[in-house]
Ligand binder design. Structure first.
Ligand SMILES: C[S@@+](CC[C@H](N)C(=O)[O-])C[C@H]1O[C@@H](n2cnc3c(N)ncnc32)[C@H](O)[C@@H]1O
Length: 255
């Protein structure tokens, strides 16, 4: 029997190239915004950590604005993709490190900026991870959270999470803004800014990226067909199965 951590590695390790070229991951207004936030703050002077770096799109966006950036991920294939990208760009500022969000291999207060993008919905113990990200952040440092959001309404949320899990068995949960705020507030972080953008998931590339087996693709189509009107409208489900969720960004500060 596999643990969740083994499932994550099994899902992501063979798919590092697909994440490097994925339009959803390689671009998006959230990346440009994140880069602007790092540029405008004192965090730009220091050390940064990207938790769940994947193919490194957030790491590459932040690196020009910091002295040194550690890109962390449990997947060795993702880390070698980031290392090659950094080498191709001649960026000696990016260092890769294997590890997981729930147990960060760094001393307290090591970073001025701790960020994560499109990874937290895979974390089995989000509360533990947020506490550890807080621990490695220096006083006055900034935290940047970017992730796909859960829906506030239970019905739409259930359909969304079901589609996500069928597509990728390493999916744990897209958290709603309300869930994120309560968790981040409990950790003692003050919210400086919150932004949201629509993210359209084009069906064929969304399932191809994860190599979702055909029977699960069919199950996603079944539940889309069965979805009530309010869910179809809330997720803007299209005839080909593409649908739109929201990406949320939280910019926070440790006292
Ligand atoms: C969609 S990719 C990340 C995308 C990337 N951050 C970007 O900006 O394009 C999700 C990544 O989260 C990583 N991941 C999953 N569980 C994790 C955990 N518990 N701690 C840290 N990273 C994790 C996966 O290995 C995968 O590389």
């Amino acid at each position: 029997m596999r643990t969740h951590e083994q499932t994550v590695q099994q899902q992501f390790d063979p798919r590092a190239r697909a994440y490097l070229t994925s339009a959803v991951h390689a671009s998006g207004p959230d990346l440009a915004h994140a880069s602007g936030l790092a540029r405008q703050t004192a965090a730009g002077a220091g050390r940064a950590l990207d938790v769940g770096c994947g193919a490194g799109h957030l790491a590459v966006a932040l690196a020009p604005h910091v002295e040194h950036l550690v890109a962390l991920d449990p997947s060795p294939a993702m880390l070698s993709t980031v290392a090659s990208t950094a080498a191709e760009r001649g960026s000696s500022r990016i260092e890769v490190r294997q590890g997981s969000a729930e147990s960060l291999p760094f001393a307290a207060g090591s970073f001025n900026l701790v960020g994560t993008r499109y990874s937290a919905h895979h974390w089995r113990r989000l509360e533990v991870a947020v506490r550890d990200m807080y621990r490695v952040l220096a006083p006055g440092g900034h935290m940047l959270i970017i992730d796909t959001l859960g829906a506030e309404g239970a019905l739409t949320d259930t359909y969304m999470q079901a589609m996500e899990l069928l597509r990728d068995v390493s999916h744990v949960r897209n958290r709603s803004v309300t869930e994120w705020r309560s968790l981040l507030g409990l950790a003692g972080l003050s919210e400086l800014e919150h932004r949201e953008w629509p993210t359209r998931l084009e069906f064929s590339s969304w399932v191809a990226r994860m190599r979702t087996p055909a029977d699960r693709v069919a199950a996603i189509r079944d539940i889309q067909a069965a979805a009530p009107r309010e869910v179809k409208e809330a997720l803007a489900i299209e005839a080909d199965g593409s649908f739109t969720i929201r990406t949320g960004l939280f910019w926070l500060r440790k006292a």
